[in-house]
Design a binder for this molecule. Structure first.
Ligand code: TXA
Ligand code: MG
Length: 339
């Protein structure tokens, strides 16, 4: 077109402009990610549960940057991710119960809250004023590769702004944190889709957060679990697992739980073969009623329902057993007012 001020289209495709900081995993991008982490930058990476916002756990500044990027309250401690049990045992004190649990479930979705060892190099900021440390070995090849490449313990909260729905894809991370994260390694959707179980082991075992490893499986190894009361019993004041007290996982639409029907102005999160009719949009967490499938779909479908532009999200009852405990915990937090 004559007089068109647009530059002519290039004859060949130039190097694509970086429209986001999402990178496919290659030896080069993993090396770059490790270098950035060692320099104190933030790198998001997939785990089997959700994407984590990785930071050098031994660096006060990197840990502070993680809290800032998430807008996370300074009293909510982070989980330290390590490459194996030997690395974990250098940071925290393992008793026989912790040994047995690590043997049974690591790498995997179980976080152990243990006493810090003397000389533990992890920044005190990670523990947010507590004298304990939460550690886990993630079961995702890319996470393990990155841990191996950095040689560092990585503090990694879920890679979402504080209070928002956790990310199970690289795109979710970019949508929530954007440029606040230097680099996002894309490992595809997280296979488990729900965060790790957090188990307090500084006294009798306490379930601080239900998650990917079911309470039943843990009880089979250490016996009955106490439930978090929300308050530490020891000299420390403040919550035993501070993260559990907040409104969390909050979509912007109101959430209606235990729904047995749905309105024409609602999005419905269903479970099982016969979802109640009437919803404007129905997303089935698992048509066959499989809790593992439901956990894997939960956060992505919650986001999709939230984007529907409808009035509210209705959720059918989910069985309160196995992974249902973790799913219902997230849904109750998502429905809590005051996010
Ligand atoms: O699956 C997961 O755990 C994911 C992936 C990335 O590993 N991470 C994750 O981190 O969910 P975050 O920060 O979103 O949740 C950590 C939870 C919070 O509820 C926090 O309060 C609790 O763990 N926590 C961390 N350190 C603790 C400690 N020393 N004592 C008690 N609770 C702790
Ligand atoms: Mg989180």
């Amino acid at each position: 077109m004559a007089g068109d001020l647009q530059p002519p289209a290039p004859a060949f495709s130039p190097v694509p402009r970086t429209l986001s900081n999402i990178h496919p995993p290659t030896p080069e991008t993993v090396r770059e990610a490790a270098g950035r982490l060692r320099r104190g930058e933030l790198v998001a990476f997939p785990t089997e549960t959700v994407y984590g916002l990785g930071a050098d756990a031994t660096s006060d500044n990197a840990v502070a940057a993680s809290f800032a990027a998430k807008d996370r309250p300074a009293n909510n401690p982070l989980i330290v991710h390590v490459a194996g049990r030997a690395e974990a045992a250098r940071l925290a004190a393992f008793d026989a119960r912790a040994e047995r649990l690590a043997e049974a479930f690591w790498p995997g979705a179980l976080t152990l809250v243990l006493r810090r060892r003397a000389g533990c190099p992890v920044s005190a900021r990670v523990s947010a004023g507590l004298d304990t440390l939460a550690v886990r070995v993630p079961a995702h090849p890319l996470a393990l590769e990155l841990l191996g490449a950095t040689g560092l313990p990585l503090a990694a909260p879920s890679a979402n702004p504080s209070g928002a729905v956790s990310p199970t894809t690289a795109r979710h991370v970019a949508d929530g944190l954007g440029e606040r994260v230097a680099m996002i390694l894309d490992g595809g959707p997280c296979p488990l889709g729900i965060e790790s179980t957090v188990l307090g082991l500084t006294a009798e075992p306490v379930l601080l957060r239900p998650g990917g490893v079911t309470a039943e499986r843990i009880e089979a190894i250490v016996g009955p679990l106490g439930r978090a009361t929300g308050r530490a019993t020891g000299p420390a004041t403040g919550p035993a697992s501070p993260g559990m007290l907040e409104s969390h996982y909050a979509p912007t639409l109101p959430l209606r739980l235990e729904a047995t029907g749905a309105g024409g102005d609602e999005a419905l999160l269903a479970f099982g073969p016969e979802p109640p009719p009437g919803a404007a949009l129905t997303l089935n967490l698992s048509p066959t009623g499989d809790l593992e499938e439901a956990a894997a779909n939960l956060f992505a479908m919650l986001r999709q329902a939230d984007r529907s532009g409808l009035r509210a999200i209705a959720v059918v009852p989910i069985p309160e057993s196995g992974l249902g405990l973790a799913i219902n915990d997230r849904l109750r937090h998502a429905a809590a007012p005051g996010g």
